[in-house]
Write a new protein. Structure first.
Length: 280
């Protein structure tokens, strides 16, 4: 016969059900008896088709209902898979969006810092990199411990000496407190030393932005003094501490212009700083 008719396909489905049912199975319900009768009808229809007989009656409604239920189950399973795939796709998009948001926030913070630095430089108009403004105030930080009390109040000279000793012991908070005490005492000729001590103490605490401010002030106190190159080198190192590599290189270029004959340990420190900042 030409092709396979829909009736013949239904007959084949019934044959598969018949072969899947053991011959000795017991029928214990009306549904079982009805299914067995349908299987027998399908067998007779298949035999008629094999003998080339006439038309074959269509399967009864329960058989069509079973096929429809099977199709519905397949459709539901397919829909579940589609929903799971859509859920995975949306989660991936959410992860990408969150990552982009983090990167954007980091870039905005850096741009804000660069803008603050350039505004500070324009305000000063000194022709050299200005120290960046300190970060916006957040939660109050604990106050640094006060220096050890003594019988007599310290003058600026004594505070600087004690602070340098504390710095050598890596007691950075004590050194910072001593430096601030010396600055409040108006150290006069030792002002540059007091601000350098403050910068060194803040560098030890990894407070790079405020250290840059202290070093910049130290340089301003005596731009041609013996410790002026040290202040500029330290300023460049502080810039590198918070990622301002370009400003560090500009500071080192100004150092080279202002002190072309620098030699000894200071020259070596400047060269090391240029190498770390990858200056041209």
């Amino acid at each position: 016969m030409a092709g396979i008719t829909p009736v013949f396909r239904l007959a084949l489905l019934g044959l598969g059900l018949a072969l899947a049912t053991p011959a000795e199975a017991q029928v214990e319900s009306r549904e079982g008896i009805a299914l067995q009768n349908q299987i027998l009808d399908l067998r007779r229809e298949i035999d008629a088709l094999r003998r080339g007989g006439g038309a074959v009656a269509a399967p009864s409604a329960p058989a069509r209902g079973s096929a429809a239920s099977g199709d519905l189950v397949q459709q539901l399973l397919g829909r579940v898979q589609e929903l799971e795939e859509e859920n995975r796709r949306q989660r991936g998009q959410l992860d990408v969006a969150e990552n982009n948001d983090r990167q954007l926030r980091a870039e905005m913070e850096k741009l804000r810092g660069d803008l603050d630095f350039r505004l500070q430089a324009l305000e000063r108009g000194t022709g050299r990199p200005a120290a960046p403004r300190p970060p916006q105030p957040g939660p109050a930080a604990p106050a640094p411990p006060a220096p050890a009390p003594s019988n007599a109040p310290r003058n600026a000279e004594k505070a600087i000496t004690d602070g340098q000793a504390a710095l050598a012991r890596r007691e950075f908070a004590v050194a910072e407190a001593a430096a601030r005490e010396a600055i409040r005492a108006r150290p006069g000729a030792r002002a540059q030393d007091a601000h350098l001590l403050l910068g060194d103490a803040l560098m030890g605490k990894r407070d790079f932005q405020n250290a840059a401010l202290a070093y910049d002030e130290a340089f301003s106190r005596n731009r041609q003094g013996a410790r002026a190159p040290e202040a500029m080198i330290s300023l460049a190192n502080a810039f590198q501490g918070f990622g301002a590599r370009r400003e560090a290189c500009e500071t080192l270029d100004n150092l080279r212009s202002n002190f072309p004959n620098l030699s000894g340990p200071q020259a070596q420190r400047a060269a090391d700083s240029r190498r770390r900042a990858q200056c041209r």
